[in-house]
Design a protein around this ligand. Sequence first.
Ligand code: GAL
Length: 691
Amino acid sequence: MPPVGSRDWLRWPRDSDRPRFAYGADYNPEQWPRAVWEEDVRLMRRAGVNIVTLGVFSWSRLQPGPRTWDFGWLDDVMDLLHENGVAVDLATATASPPAWLTTAHPEVLPVTRTGETVGPGARQHWRPTSPVFRRYALQVTTALAERYGGHPALAAWHVNNELGCHNVHDYSDDAAAAFRAWLRDRYATVEGLNHAWATDFWSQRYTGWDQVLPPRLAASHVNPTQQLDFARFSSDALRDHLRAEREILHRLTPGIPVTTNFMVMGHTSAMNYADWAHEVDFVANDHYVLPEPGGADELSFSANLTGGLARGRPWFLMEHSTGAVNWRAVNPAKAPGEMARDSLLHVAHGADAVCFFQWRQSAGGAEKYHSAMVPHAGADSRVFRDVVELGRVLREDLDEVAGTGRLPARAALLVDWDSRWAVLRDSLPSSLLDVHDEALGWYRAFLEAGVRVDVLPTDADWEGYGLVVAPLLHVLPGATARRLTGYAEGGGHLVATYFSGIVDENDHVHLGGYPGPLRDLLGLRIEEFAPLREGERVALDDGSSGTLWSDRITVTAPETEVWARYADGPLAGGAALTRRPLPGGGSAAYVSTRLDGEHRTALLGRLLAGAGIGSELPEDLRGRVELAVRAGADAEYHFLANRTGEPVKLHHLPGTPLSGTAAGGEGGEDARVLAPRGVSVWRVPPRDPAG
Ligand code: GAL
């Protein structure tokens, strides 16, 4: 696998490559008359905008017909931006095929699981595996690369847009053909496929590749390995599209980095970004915060995972919003301070670019009620004033932070895409399980404990961490099981949860009692699952409680400590939370239910103490403030984000505040105050590596 981010970062047009924050938005000038472009660049200068993403949805303007091109307007926009010191992340424009293309070639349109053809009229109405679409998409990519590869404004290429946002699962005949090819690559023979898919079940045995199909609508549960493989294939098919565009861009414009905007966000899981991160020159992400209590925790989790995908290097926040979105049932505006809080939380986790969708709020079209940097009200608005201030903070207060990486935490939290997919399917002991929810629950426990944790994909290097939590690691291939075992036996502290280690990469159960390959390590054995009904809660004898799941556990190793037993229900008296100390000083803990929030925090406290990991925050700030740390050669940068709705006083913190606090001492007391939703950044001397 190529290293993540081999070309690293933007090629800044004018001066040196000195690190600085990129600040800007998606810019859609084709929606506006030219007079507005002049105002746009004036306002961009005022806001400190130094980059825009251009051309995401401009295919129909750039190529009005199969053999006609119109680059004049884009030439003008590129020149105008460059004259005004704004660099361009130029999109390949392939996200939304023009009407002439889908009219001439309806065979590029995706097909749903139930056999309906997705019509044009919105966007992303293309099959990832359509050879016809690919040919046209690469044609426009080539034309753009040839025309703008040498333009001085060009800082990066932006492949397509949010690959898979609307078209990840396509069940068309093109998809069927490509799925077969993918399966042949994986299994070589039909017999190999029959084995992996366990096709002797329900008489599904295949005798030829032509019989194999995507998991289209069927009479009952479709073969689960077929479903899992289709999830893998669908992610790979889009990744292949990314590769195809990227290959052209690398070939025609060698010095220009190529990226695409991921959607590491909430329950979006269909694209395996752990894999895709190896395909881009730097990682870019889009994130839309949940407008609900705890939304900022999810933002932090996603930003943290994005930092993990970027392997700790700076990454690009390609889209978030200044205020409301338009695609939820109800779309509230952000409260004062929220936009800056969201932006700076991303920066805290390694973003070196803060960009929004979009620059100017559209007057027409499906996203006219989506916020922007310049709202409908114009520049004389709170939103635009806040935009200008955020630009100033990034440029002036935090300039020295740009280019620094994240300082590794001592604990890691693993996210596994196969497991995410596998527990979302049907025909499981429970349809209520969700890897994202479980992982986020653990992340919140870390926030409550005031202990930093790095969220990492399972294929990352996590052996150096003192504690590793692997929530709902349901799909456990032998190699990963061996890594986990080696880690704990080598002195690491592993925390596994319910329904983990159950199946191998083919979704075949590890036999002999659950959780197969972790059984000996954990010192326990489970014969039967005991999932809980929706709303059902189980009590434990340490006062904690859980939902969703419980296990009938037999403790098999004498040294396994039972930290809590079930206090009621059919499992009363049985072990619920266990921890097996290991001879090498490590341990392997098992959590058999989805613990309720504060109880998970309490358990995590015990597990952290056992691993010798403490909070880096003063006691009065733990849980109230999130700490994230970036580190440069000469200093650390501590980001403190207020998680409460109240002002928080910061006493006796080491270092110098760079931004985000106000003096707040009373009666001669030396304290700074962090406003509700505030994020404050402190420069702190680097720690002694020996200490
Ligand atoms: C993203 C997309 C943008 C815009 C935005 C609105 O999914 O990339 O083009 O639609 O959402 O929130």
